[in-house]
Write a protein that binds this ligand. Structure first.
Ligand code: GDP
Ligand code: IMO
Ligand code: MG
Length: 428
C-alpha cells in the first residue's frame, strides 16, 4: 500500500484539493504537511461545493483520518470555524489529528503580516495576510508557540512573553501600532485548548505505525513548487516547504517510505499575488482564461493572474520533486480555442534558455518561446476515457507530457469528483 505525495507544480490552485479528494476513497490517512489557512482548496462532491483552508481535503471522505502535521501553522480560530461549518453540513470531523509540534498562529502575527505588507509598499509580496510568514519566521527564530504549549499555561505565558518582547518594539516603534499584552494573547490561545485536546497526537508516531501496518497515506501539499521558500520565485513565495522534501520534514516520515510523488498542474497557468510569471497574459486571452476557468482565489477572492502552460516550470517541478506522475487539470477550460500556445523555453536577453534560470534576475527577464498546438471545439466535460477526448485534446495532453518530462496519469475535465479521465492509477 503506497505513500503518495500530492503537490502543486505551478504557483498554486492547480486543483490539489480535488485530486486528494479523489484519492481519499482508497486512502486511510490524508496528511497536510505545510502551510496553513493561506491555502484554499475547492472540492465539489455531488454538486456541493466545499472550500477547505486548514483541514486536509480527505476530511470529506468518511473513514479517512485527516492529519495536520508538524509542518503546518495553525490558526486555532480558523480551525474551529472550519470544523463548525463542516459539522453543520453533516461532515464528521471527529477523527482529525493535530501534531503536538505544529506551530500556532498567534493573533499578533496576523497583525504583523498585514502591517509588514503595507510598509513594503511597491515591494510587497501580496501575501494572504493570514500571519503565515511571521509564524514560520518565529519557528526558525525559535520563538514560536506550538500546539503542546497550550496545555501548560506557565510555559505558554513564558513563550508569549519571549515573543512579545521584540514584537512589541516593532509594533509600537516601527509600525505605530498599540502594544499587545501577554495576558490577552494567552487568554486568546487558551480558549481553544480544551476543544483541541482530543485531536492532539504524536502524529509522526501514528503515521509511521500506519505505514508499518500497510495503510495508504496521501500527503497533501498546500501552495506549490514555485511558491516554495527554497525552490520558488524567492522572495515572491510562501514561507514553507511546499515541495516533496517538505512532506518528510513536515510529517516526520522518512523519504525511503514515500512511493510516489504526484504533481497537479493546470492545462494553463495561474498565479495570485506578486512576482514574475513569464507566460502571463494581460490581454483578452488572459481575461478569457480567468472568466472561463473561474480564476478567482478560494481564500482571498482576488482575481488570479492567468497565462499559457509553461513547460519550463513543470519540467523544473519534475526535477526538484522527483515526480512520478502528473495530474493535468482544467483541460475543459481550453475548449474553443483554435490554437493553444505552450511555452517550451525562454528567451532571456536574446539567449534561448531551456531550463529554469537559477538566477532570479534572468527569470524576471524571461520571455516565453511558444509552440502553437491545435485546439478543439467539442465539449469534453463528459469524457471519462482518454479515447473519448477529441484527437486534438489527446495530442495536446501527449505533447505536454513530452515537453514536461513526466507522464500525465489523470486529466481533469470539470470541477466535480467524477469529471476525470484516469490513464494510470495513482495508488497501485
Ligand atoms: P488547490 O488550491 O490546488 O486545491 O486548487 P483550488 O481549489 O484553489 O483551485 C482549483 C479550482 O479549479 C477549484 O475551483 C476546483 O473546483 C476547480 N477544478 C479542479 N479541477 C478542475 C477541472 O478539471 N476542470 C474545471 N473546470 N475545474 C476544476
Ligand atoms: P493553495 O494551497 C495560490 C501566495 C500568496 C502570495 C504568496 C505568499 O490554495 O494552492 P502567504 O500568505 O503564504 O505568505 O503569501 O503566496 N499563496 C498562494 N497562491 N494558492 C495558494 O494556496 C497560496 N498560498 C499562498 O498569494 O503571493
Ligand atoms: Mg487554492
Amino acid at each position: 500500500m503506497p505513500a503518495v505525495v500530492v503537490l502543486g507544480a505551478q504557483w498554486g490552485d492547480e486543483g490539489k484539493g480535488k485530486a486528494t479528494d479523489q484519492l481519499a476513497a482508497r486512502t486511510d490517512y490524508v496528511v497536510k504537511f505545510n502551510g496553513g489557512n493561506n491555502a484554499g482548496h475547492t472540492v465539489v462532491v455531488a454538486g456541493e461545493k466545499y472550500a477547505l483552508h486548514l483541514l486536509p481535503s480527505g476530511i470529506l471522505t468518511p473513514g479517512v483520518v485527516p492529519v495536520i502535521g508538524n509542518g503546518v501553522v495553525v490558526d486555532l480560530e480558523v480551525l474551529f470555524q472550519e470544523i463548525d461549518a463542516l459539522e453543520q453540513r453533516g461532515v464528521d470531523t471527529s477523527a482529525l489529528l493535530v501534531s503536538t509540534a505544529a506551530h500556532v498562529i498567534p493573533p499578533y502575527n496576523r497583525t504583523l503580516d498585514k502591517v509588514t505588507e503595507r510598509f513594503l509598499g511597491k515591494r510587497r509580496i501580496g501575501t494572504t495576510g493570514r500571519g503565515i510568514g511571521p509564524t514560520y519566521s518565529d519557528k526558525i527564530n525559535r520563538i514560536g508557540i506550538r500546539v503542546q504549549d497550550l496545555f501548560d499555561e506557565h510555559i505558554l505565558t513564558q513563550k508569549v512573553e519571549g515573543a512579545l518582547d521584540g514584537k512589541n518594539q516593532l509594533l509600537v516603534k516601527v509600525y505605530n501600532r498599540r502594544a499587545v499584552t501577554v495576558e490577552e494573547t494567552v487568554e486568546d490561545l487558551l480558549q481553544y485548548a480544551e476543544r483541541l485536546r482530543p485531536h492532539v497526537a504524536d502524529t509522526p508516531l501514528v503515521l509511521n505505525r500506519a505505514l508499518d501496518e500497510g495503510k495508504t497515506l496521501v500527503f497533501e501539499a498546500g501552495q506549490a513548487t514555485m511558491l516554495d521558500v527554497d525552490h520558488g520565485t524567492y522572495p515572491f513565495v510562501t514561507s514553507s516547504s511546499a515541495t516533496a522534501g517538505g512532506a518528510c520534514t513536515g510529517s516526520g516520515v522518512g523519504p525511503t517510505r514515500i512511493d510516489r510523488v504526484v504533481a497537479v498542474a493546470k492545462a494553463y497557468t495561474t498565479r495570485v499575488g506578486e512576482g514574475p510569471f513569464p507566460t502571463e497574459l494581460l490581454d483578452e486571452d488572459g481575461e478569457w482564461l480567468r472568466t472561463t476557468g473561474g480564476e478567482y482565489g478560494t481564500t482571498t477572492g482576488r482575481p488570479r493572474r492567468t497565462g499559457w502552460y509553461d513547460a519550463v516550470v513543470v519540467r523544473y517541478a519534475a526535477r526538484v520533486n522527483g515526480l512520478t506522475d502528473l495530474v493535468l487539470t482544467k483541460l475543459d477550460v481550453l475548449t474553443g480555442k483554435e490554437k493553444i500556445p505552450v511555452a517550451v523555453a525562454y528567451d532571456v536577453d536574446g539567449r534561448r534558455v531551456d531550463e529554469m534560470p537559477a538566477d532570479q534576475s534572468d527569470f524576471h527577464h524571461a520571455k516565453p518561446v511558444y509552440e502553437y498546438l491545435d485546439g478543439w471545439t467539442e465539449d469534453i466535460t463528459g469524457a471519462r476515457t482518454f479515447e473519448e477526448l477529441p484527437v486534438a485534446a489527446q495530442r495536446y495532453v501527449e505533447h505536454l507530457e513530452q515537453i514536461s518530462g513526466v507522464r500525465v496519469s489523470s486529466i481533469g475535465v470539470g470541477p466535480g469528483r467524477e469529471a476525470t479521465v484516469v490513464r494510470h492509477e495513482l495508488l497501485d
